[in-house]
Design a protein around this ligand. Structure first.
Ligand code: HEC
Length: 111
């Protein structure tokens, strides 16, 4: 997907260069994104695959997913239905507004 061809705000935010890219969702969840050869969006890299409805299975309640994205993961702490935190998923509650997080979540839940 080329820059400037996003079809929703959620998709654009998912790929946004937050913190010079360090905090971009795509950096950790889309293989090849950081070196300019992105493969399947959200298909998984350092972070897990988010496609195929996996986030809806992990977080049947949208609110629980909002909490997770806002707070990030903690080492040794479970999240969602069967997630095991390593502490490598950053907290976005201070980086993105509630509206922005909502838009990303709607986008990711449809991947
Ligand atoms: C620095 C890397 C990194 C960034 C940036 C990042 N994530 Fe993650 N994410 C992870 C890791 C690693 C996990 C797995 C949990 C863990 O290891 O603690 C994860 C887990 C998740 C999960 C749970 C998936 C599952 O099935 O268990 C979702 C949903 C998610 N991230 C969405 C996002 C969104 C949306 C963004 C951007 C707002 C984002 N992530 C940014 C690394 C990242």
């Amino acid at each position: 997907m080329k820059a400037g061809t996003y079809s929703s705000i959620g998709e654009a935010l998912f790929n946004l260069d937050l913190g010079s890219g360090n905090y971009s969702c795509a950096r950790c969840h889309t293989k090849g994104w950081s070196y300019g050869e992105p493969e399947i969006t959200g298909g998984g890299a350092l972070g897990p695959n988010l496609t195929g409805g996996s986030t809806v299975r992990q977080f049947p309640q949208r609110d629980a997913m909002i909490e997770f994205i806002k707070g990030g993961s903690e080492f040794g702490k479970k999240y969602g239905e069967q997630g095991q935190g390593s502490g490598r998923m950053p907290a976005f509650g201070l980086m993105l507004s509630d509206d922005q997080i909502g838009a990303i979540i709607d986008y990711v839940r449809g991947l």
